[in-house]
Structures are given as structure tokens and as C-alpha cells.
Write a new protein. Structure first.
Length: 638
């Protein structure tokens, strides 16, 4: 099944390349004619020279030698031209394949978060598949002239003698039958080899992401041992792939020896019967030598095709995708719209009606029967324990996933009646990690905004204006080059608060209808939280997921609570009080008390006086039940 799918994928890619680069493709295919012309024409001209010499015809001999010289010169020039064509063709194809894989990657992992991506496997496929697919095509391209050589040689021999032609036809049939069998039966082993190599790279990626834990636990040797079984499996599969590909040689060598012996014997018989002159015999013998070389080239190309075909099969997820997946067909969109408008809400920007969602392979839904409205001007906080479904709720709002049942609406129109990109264009999303490109602050801030098309000076002016408007100018003043500072890989040279500030600048330049924040202040100090909260309050409509009730109190005008997969305007019943700590035990740490909406975020509890750390019965601290101001264990649900 995978083999048929892989052939379909390669066929589609090659057809797409040919449509985009018809001239380059045509020249590349024409270059395959050089080898058969050489393998048939030169031996034939050599036979003409021999006959002229034996006949003692000086004029014919000179002309024959001249033609041989011209043919050799022409062949050398043609091979140089082939090298030039290939030097342009193959990098161009690699670029095309890599671009196709990149577009497919963006579609395949459309709803995945960075933590869910198989980064090592993806990098392995991106680094190996384009050059290997092109090398596989190069091997196919190398097979074509050899196939033409077989056809032309068979016709040439048949013209001389039917028995010679028939014998060569049988040899060609056996050779290509063994080649087809080999490619069909070795592909799975080759694919398993590449899958194992991807697993090695995936384990390497996991190790690199967990270096602090490895160094702290002193488990470097253990991690090295963990990867050994996968490496051993790769070694075994590599050996099996090579041995399987050598099956062609096991067939081709005896076939070629038998073919040469048969041709020489038949030529000897024809010479004895004076049905063949010496010049024609020299031509036949030279053609046979070229044909043996051609067979060995077929063996080499077939081994490459088997070896690289596994890479193609193991990368099908990045070679096959549907570019139009984000836009539903018109018919389905119309029917969806008609079916959902009976329950379409009025007066809401975003609404959910009876929405449930279950992760694949899980028995119970993460969310069930959710009804939710986000109106223009709302600053909505979504609060809940770890694993309660907060992030799943955001994914549904942003159309990163589709509901198992129920409907999500934008301005009364069901999501499924709209293209995915159109839905997402209404939202500005800031994830918890807030990753950045390794570019300047300005380049990151204008990314995906109308300002990205402006000149450098205009971009700087717009970013500065947005930073001052949001009260974030001081956040970037301490950077070495201010807004022109390069932020490092994933924004590693900036603090968490500075990365969030860059994203907020980006959202201010985009001006989305709804700003969505997912645990935006999870790793910030009180000063950074206050700056982010002040900036967020400048946006008209906001949805924020946070476990930090001080941030929620500073930003939100309305709060909904997620518990047990359900969403409610009322907080769940308080959890039972914990027993008092034993004498001398450390008191549990918790977030500062939540103030009224719009109030500034209080400073760190560590900076407060001992008296201020005592429990308070003020209205601000009792506004949220105990389980919603618990000890900071809230985090983004997976």
C-alpha cells in the first residue's frame, strides 16, 4: 500500500515540477539520448573503419576515421552539456521538493503546539528526503538511456540476425523482470531503515531538550545506552537493504555472461557461414561490450533506487498533503451554514453551542456541552485546574481543532462554513512560550502585520509608536541595540516578559478582533506581569487563560471556570481545607490575593512584610474561592 502511495506522491511531484519548469525538464529528458547514440553509433562506425581497412579503400577509410573522430568529439561535447544541464536540473528539483515539503509541513502540523512536534524526525526528513528523492530521480533518469540502449541494440541485432535479436530480447526481459521484483520487495526494508533513522534523530532531539535533567541526574551514560538498541536496529536494516539491493546483481551478472557467450557463439557461426563480415563482427562485439557496461550501470542505478526509495516511503506525510484542506468545499459549507443557523447566537463575536471535544484514543471527552459567548468589549478570563480543558477550549476558539459535536460561530456564522484561515484572521494568539524568530525585535514585531511591507524606517516608527501607546517602551530600552537587537534562536536572548512584549507589539500592529493569551505570564516576575497587564487592557476584546489570579483580576472583566470538562460562570465548590501544617513545617506558597478587576498587579510576595503574608479576610482575597487561588500548581493543560 505504501509503495503505491509513494509512487503516486513521486509522480505528482515530478508532474508538478514539469509543469512549472517545462524547458528544464525537456532538456533533461533529451540529454538521455546521448548514451544510446554513443553505445550504438560508435561501434557501428568502428566496424565501417575495419571494413574499409580490409578492403584497402583509402578514401573510405579516411572518411570512416573522420566520422569516428567527429562522433567522439560530439559525444564528449554532449556529455559536457549533460553535466551542465544536471548541474541546473537537480538543485532546482531539490529546491522544488523542499518547498513542497515545507508547504505540506505547515498543513500537516497545522494544529500542533511546538511541544507536540516530532522535531528530530522532521529535521531528519527535511535533510534527507529532497537530495535522496532527486538522486532517486537521477537514477531513474540514468535508467532511461540504458533502456533505450537495450531497445536500440535489440533492433540493431535483429537487423543483422533474428537469432541475435531474439536472444538479446530474452536477456533484456529477464534483467528488467529481476529489477522490478527487486524494487518491489526491497522497498519495505529500505523504508523501515529510514524510519529507524528518524527515531534516532527523534531521541537525539529529546536528549537535547532535557540536557539540564540529564546533567543534574548524572545519567549521560544511561542516555547513551538508551539509544543503542535503535542504532543496532538501524545497522541491521541497513545491511538487509544492501543485501536485498544486491539481488539484482545476482541476476544480472549470469544473464550478461550468458548473453555475451551467446552473441559470440552466434557471431562465430555466422562468420563460418560467411554471413557476417569482420567489420560487422567488430561492431557487434563492441556493442556487446557497451551493453555489458550498460547492464552494470543498471545494477548501480537499481541499488540507488532501492536505497533511496525507503526515504521516499518514510516521508510520505510531508510529500502528500491537500493544500486546500483549510477551505471546505462550497457544497459542504452551504449545508453546514443552513444546518447551524437555527441555533446561531446573536450579538456575539464568538460563540459555542453544545460543543464537546474528545482527544483521539481517549474514552472521555476533554470538554462536553460547552455554551460560551464572547461579545465585543469583553475581557474574558478562562480559569481552571491543570488538565481541566482550558487550552482545548482555546484550540476550539482558534480553530486548531474541530469539535466532536456542537458548533462554534463567528458573528453568527458557523466555523465549518468558513475557510480556516478566514476564521483565524480575526484572532491574535499569544502562546505561553512566545517563541521568536532569530531576527531583530522590529522584524519580529512586524511579522505577519501590514507593517511588514513597509520600509525599514517606517517599520521602526510604527513599532516605536505601538510600544509607547501600550506602555512597553521601557521594556526594550535596556536591550543592547534597543528595538534593533537580534533576539537569538527562539528569542533566547530575551526574558519571558520581553518575548511576551514583542508578541503584544505584533498584535497591536495587527489589530485583531480578539486577542487570545494562553498562560502569558506563567514565568514572569511581578514587574513584567504589571507591564503586560497594562498593555493587554488596551485591547478591546480579550480572552485570557491563566492560573495567576492576580493577573486575571488585573485584566479580566468577566471570568468563566473550567472543571470536569464543563464551562460555567460560577466557580466550582471549594475543595476541602487542607490540614494545618505540623509545627516547624514550611508554609505552602501561593499566589498573591486577587484584587478587583482592573487593579494593578501586587508585588512579589517575597518582597512583602511578614505581616502582609498573613491570611487576610478582605473582600479582594475572598472574591475567588480557595481552589481557584491554590498554590500555583495551575499550568497549561496538555
Amino acid at each position: 500500500m505504501n509503495d503505491a502511495v509513494a509512487r503516486d506522491a513521486v509522480s505528482r511531484i515530478l508532474h508538478a515540477y514539469a509543469r512549472k519548469h517545462p524547458g528544464m525538464t525537456a532538456v533533461g529528458l533529451l540529454s538521455t539520448l546521448v548514451v544510446p547514440v554513443q553505445d550504438i553509433l560508435l561501434p557501428h562506425l568502428t566496424g565501417q573503419v575495419v571494413n574499409a581497412i580490409r578492403a584497402g579503400d583509402g578514401r573510405a577509410m579516411r572518411w570512416s576515421i573522420a566520422w569516428v573522430a567527429l562522433a567522439v568529439l560530439g559525444m564528449q561535447l554532449a556529455f559536457v552539456a549533460v553535466d551542465v544541464v544536471d548541474a541546473k536540473l537537480f538543485p532546482s528539483m531539490q529546491k522544488f521538493v523542499r518547498r513542497s515539503m515545507f508547504e505540506c509541513l505547515l498543513n500537516t502540523y497545522d494544529s500542533a503546539h511546538s511541544a507536540e512536534l516530532p522535531v528530530g524526525e522532521i529535521i531528519s526528513k527535511f535533510s534527507r528526503t529532497p537530495p535522496m528523492l532527486v538522486t532517486w530521480f537521477e537514477s531513474v533518469k540514468g535508467m532511461l538511456p540504458n533502456l533505450l540502449v537495450y531497445v536500440a541494440t535489440t533492433a540493431y541485432f535483429w537487423h543483422i540476425d533474428a537469432w541475435l535479436g531474439a536472444g538479446l530480447l530474452v536477456a533484456v526481459f529477464v534483467s528488467f523482470a529481476s529489477l522490478a521484483y527487486n524494487l518491489d520487495h526491497c522497498g519495505d526494508v529500505s523504508a523501515a531503515r529510514d524510519d529507524t533513522l528518524h527515531a534516532v534523530h527523534e531521541q537525539l532531539d529529546e536528549v537535547l531538550h532535557n540536557l539540564p535533567a540529564i546533567y543534574a541526574a548524572g545519567t549521560k551514560a544511561d542516555e547513551a545506552r538508551r539509544i543503542e538498541p535503535v542504532e543496532d536496529r538501524f545497522e541491521s536494516l541497513y545491511f538487509r537493504t544492501v543485501m536485498c539491493s544486491n539481488m539484482v546483481k545476482a541476476w544480472m551478472v549470469p544473464v550478461s555472461i550468458t548473453m555475451v557467450a551467446g552473441v559470440l557463439w552466434r557471431s562465430y557461426v555466422m562468420l563460418r557461414a560467411r554471413r557476417l563480415d569482420v567489420g560487422r563482427f567488430v561492431a557487434i562485439f563492441s556493442v556487446v561490450l557497451y551493453l555489458m557496461a550498460s547492464m552494470m550501470r543498471v545494477v548501480a542505478h537499481s541499488k540507488n533506487m532501492v536505497y533511496y526509495w525507503g526515504t521516499v516511503q518514510s516521508s510520505l506525510d510531508l510529500l502528500l498533503c491537500d493544500p486546500g484542506a483549510s477551505a471546505p468545499p462550497a457544497a459542504s459549507a452551504a449545508s453546514a451554514s443552513a444546518g447551524d443557523r437555527t441555533s446561531a447566537p446573536r450579538g456575539s463575536l464568538v460563540a459555542m453551542r453544545g460543543v464537546s471535544y474528545a482527544h483521539a484514543g481517549t474514552p472521555s471527552p476533554a470538554l462536553r456541552g460547552v455554551d460560551l459567548d464572547v461579545r465585543a468589549g469583553d475581557r474574558l478570563a478562562v480559569v481552571g485546574q491543570m488538565g481541566s480543558g482550558k487550552t482545548t477550549l482555546l484550540k476550539l476558539l482558534l480553530r486548531m481543532v474541530e469539535p466532536t459535536s456542537g458548533s462554534v460561530f463567528w458573528s453568527g456564522v458557523p466555523y465549518r462554513a468558513l475557510p480556516t484561515d478566514d476564521v483565524r484572521a480575526h484572532f491574535g494568539y499569544i502562546p505561553q512560550s512566545a517563541p521568536l524568530f532569530d531576527r531583530t525585535v522590529i522584524e519580529n514585531a512586524v511579522y505577519g502585520t501590514p507593517a511588514a511591507a513597509a520600509g525599514a524606517s517606517e517599520q521602526l516608527a510604527r513599532v516605536q509608536a505601538a510600544a509607547h501607546e501600550l506602555g512597553l517602551a521601557s521594556v526594550f530600552e535596556a536591550l543592547p541595540d534597543g528595538l534593533r537587537t537580534r533576539v537569538g534562536k527562539a528569542g533566547s536572548r530575551l526574558s519571558g516578559g520581553q518575548r511576551q512584549a514583542v508578541w503584544i507589539l505584533r498584535m497591536a500592529l495587527r489589530r485583531p478582533d480578539v486577542l487570545v493569551l494562553d498562560e502569558a505570564t506563567a514565568s514572569m516576575d511581578a514587574v513584567s506581569q504589571a507591564a503586560v497587564a497594562e498593555a493587554v487592557r488596551r485591547f478591546p476584546t480579550v480572552v485570557v487563560v491563566s492560573h495567576d489570579m492576580s493577573f486575571v483580576s488585573a485584566v479580566a472583566t468577566r471570568t468563566v471556570y473550567v472543571s470536569g470538562g464543563r464551562v460555567s460562570d460560577e466557580p466550582p465548590a471549594p475543595a476541602p481545607k487542607a490540614k494545618a501544617p505540623m509545627p516547624g513545617a514550611a508554609a505552602p506558597e501561593g499566589p498573591p490575593a486577587a484584587g478587583p478587576p482592573g487593579a494593578p498587579i501586587p508585588p512579589d510576595a517575597s518582597a512583602a512584610s511578614p505581616a502582609s503574608q498573613e491570611p487576610s479576610a478582605s473582600p479582594a482575597s475572598s472574591a475567588v474561592p480557595d481552589m481557584w487561588s491554590y498554590d500555583g500548581s495551575w499550568s497549561q493543560d496538555a
